[in-house]
Design a protein around this ligand. Structure first.
Ligand code: NAD
Length: 365
């Protein structure tokens, strides 16, 4: 066991069924007087209804897309300035939360969003309060200092303490409407976070504990949540697993499987969870060692082989793309190169160069 580590987690977490109903009192506790809600279309009507009842909600940006674009950040930040907001509430999947985080970080700045996006300008010292409200059970973005935003086809992960929410409201009821396929995508993303945090070169004991529990919960609840979205016990267990998954990777960071997810999303347009799931069982086999065996046993599995097989079975159950032939025409050279040079690949416990990645992808032909 490592006895030398730094563990940081500054987000105040409100977890439980119905907790979103306490948004007003949580805003009061944080001293928020005027907020903008950033959300996707599924939540926009509800957000506007909330705005009519609570004058502290001064505007709604309800157009966040999957793999969110910088233009949504620009519009949310513009609303913050126009209505003199002091907070942004991101309600939705990771896309909405990441849009809220980025907008809150730049609303008080005098630079263009693209300058912050490319790191050409430091983020302003003054920023708005971020409240993150996940409605999917997957990204864990509510407890990370990461914002993932696209500009055109470029998808960038920006890791900066300015993106850390002040509060996370995790209310499993909000996830009860997630369609089955998205339930599977996002649930496998939560599993990927737990596994990648655990096998990351920078793994550490507190994160490891949460990873084990997240893997156990996903393995026991994801199929039920997929088959019966109204099963609140499975939804609540998945919401908790997702939160723990976020906490598992927030400090050690993710690794090879996430590195590969970027080219798979950018060039083949897989949603984030599906892109992570694409190589997750492969990486379970590649990264299998004594520690991973131990995680499997502690999570109630017989070992790494069962873990890999069950991931493959879950992907098949939901019809997720899992072979290169599902992606259309694949440029193997570019795919292997882009995966190999992604920064997170350095965090994988097993060295993966282009040749090793080609061998992995050839098995998925
Ligand atoms: P998403 O936010 O893109 O949402 C997927 C779809 O589900 C959208 O169409 C959305 O409108 C819909 N949806 C969300 N909640 C719903 C609900 N309750 N009912 C019905 N529909 C609902 O998907 P996601 O997987 O949650 O987030 C993916 C994004 O998060 C990617 O851009 C990914 O790179 C990023 N991400 C960020 C972090 C981080 O730490 N910041 C971590 C992992 C992933």
């Amino acid at each position: 066991m490592a006895h030398d580590f730094i563990y940081t987690q500054p987000v105040k977490i409100f977890f439980g069924e119905g907790k979103f109903g306490q948004l007003g009192s949580i805003m009061e506790e944080l001293g928020v007087q005027r907020c903008v809600i950033a959300c996707g279309r599924h939540f926009a009507p509800e957000a506007r209804a909330m705005q009519e009842k609570d004058s502290r909600i001064v505007a709604v940006f309800g157009e966040v897309e999957q793999n969110p674009q910088l233009s949504g950040v620009v519009e949310t930040a513009r609303l913050c300035r126009e209505f003199n907001a002091d907070a942004v509430v991101g309600v939705g999947g990771g896309s909405s939360i990441d849009t809220a985080k980025f907008a809150a970080a730049i609303a008080k700045g005098d630079g263009e969003a693209i300058e912050y996006y490319h790191g050409e300008k430091p983020f302003p010292a003054e920023r708005l309060t971020i409240i993150a409200v996940p409605t999917t059970a997957g990204t864990g973005s509510e407890v990370t200092q990461v914002s993932v935003v696209s500009h055109g086809s470029e998808k960038r992960t920006i890791n900066n303490p300015v993106f850390m929410p002040k509060a996370a409201i995790v209310d499993p009821i909000l996830s009860s409407t997630v369609p089955p396929r998205t339930t599977m995508n996002t649930g496998l993303d939560a599993l990927a976070h737990a596994l990648e945090g655990y096998w990351s070169k920078n793994h550490q004991p507190i994160s490891d504990l949460m990873a084990v529990e997240a893997v156990r919960l996903v393995m026991q609840n994801l199929e039920t949540a997929y088959r019966d979205g109204s099963n609140m016990e499975a939804r609540a267990n998945m919401a908790y697993a997702s939160l723990l998954g976020g906490l598992s990777f927030a400090n050690p960071k993710t690794a090879g499987c996430h590195a590969c997810s970027y080219p798979l999303s950018e060039d083949y347009h897989l949603p984030h969870g599906e892109a992570c799931a694409f190589t997750l069982d492969s990486f379970v086999r590649i990264n299998a060692d004594e520690r991973l065996e131990e995680l499997c046993h502690r999570a109630g599995l017989t070992g790494t082989e069962e873990l890999a097989e069950r991931i493959a079975a879950l992907k098949k159950l939901a019809g997720l793309r899992s072979r290169l032939s599902d992606l259309g025409e694949v440029n193997m050279e570019k795919l292997c190169h882009d995966c190999a040079v992604h920064g997170l690949m350095n965090n994988n416990p097993v060295h993966m160069d282009e040749a090793a990645l080609r061998a992995m992808f050839e098995k998925l032909a």
